[in-house]
Design a protein around this ligand. Structure first.
Ligand code: 13P
Length: 252
């Protein structure tokens, strides 16, 4: 798979005026040869969906309920997202795992709910610094991935996996290329045991990706793109990251 996927995760940022300006800039400079999605807070899905209508950037959300509907105050179902033509949804982000106590099983069920409504879940996995330093990183990743396989045996082929080491998120300290490739390869081998064609599943890296590190990270053998937080909130760095993805796909 040559084309890379670059996904902006705005997290809890933005307002209607800023969203429009940011997206106008991004749409004006988006290079060809890269797939792109923007995952925005729920209230802005209609606005951003309208701005992106017919354009080359896909609409994404940042979470989805594991349930299909009913008495779940504050939750948003996959069918509701699909109703707004959402294509991607981030599930199991480490911020939700940590702040909302989402377990591996919940994350698996959210991914299944997304797939059930025709959305592509971007499933985040990753270890904390303590887990890495104690040598438990692979065990943690395996646990997170296995929970997914338990829920989605026949549909795993359609997920996107994002490796986001918790210690690299928002810290300015991206994992080294070597560290990233080691884990991406680990994920690829895991996929090879669970899906028909592991090379067709996209694996992204996320965690302090910046324009100056993007090219090297996207050029790694098992990297199919990136999940971008802070650097997606301004047009210039985000576009540079998209250009890096487009050119690394060309040269691979
Ligand atoms: P930063 O790019 O700000 O480190 O965030 C990464 C992330 O959490 C994307 O989901």
């Amino acid at each position: 798979m040559k084309r890379k996927l670059v996904v902006a995760n705005w997290k809890m940022n933005g307002d209607r005026a800023r969203n429009r300006v940011l997206l106008d800039y991004i749409l004006g400079g988006m290079p060809s040869g890269v797939d792109c999605a923007v995952c925005v807070p729920f209230p802005y899905l209609p606005q951003v969906g309208e701005i992106l209508e017919g354009r080359a950037i896909a609409l994404g959300a940042q979470d989805v309920s594991e349930f299909s509907g009913g008495a779940y105050t504050g939750d948003v179902s996959a069918a509701m997202l699909a109703d707004w033509r959402v294509r991607f949804v981030v599930v199991g982000h480490s911020e939700r795992r940590a702040l909302h106590l989402e377990s591996d099983d919940v994350v698996g069920r959210k991914a299944a709910a997304a797939l059930g409504s025709g959305l592509t879940p971007i499933v985040c996995v990753g270890e904390t610094l303590a887990e890495r330093e104690s040598g438990a990183a692979e065990q943690v990743l395996l646990r997170q991935l296995d929970a997914l396989a338990a829920v989605l045996p026949s549909e795993l082929q359609r997920v996107v996996v994002a490796y986001e080491p918790v210690w690299a998120i928002g810290t300015g300290r991206a994992a080294t290329a070597e560290q990233v490739q080691e884990v991406l390869y680990f994920v690829r081998r895991w996929l090879a045991r669970h899906v028909e064609d592991a090379n067709q599943v996209r694996i992204l890296y996320g965690g302090s990706v910046k324009p100056d590190t993007a090219r090297q990270l996207f050029g790694l053998p098992d990297a199919n793109g990136g999940l971008i937080g802070g650097a997606s909130l301004e047009a210039q760095p985000f576009l540079e990251i998209c250009r890096a993805a487009a050119s690394s796909a060309r040269s691979s």
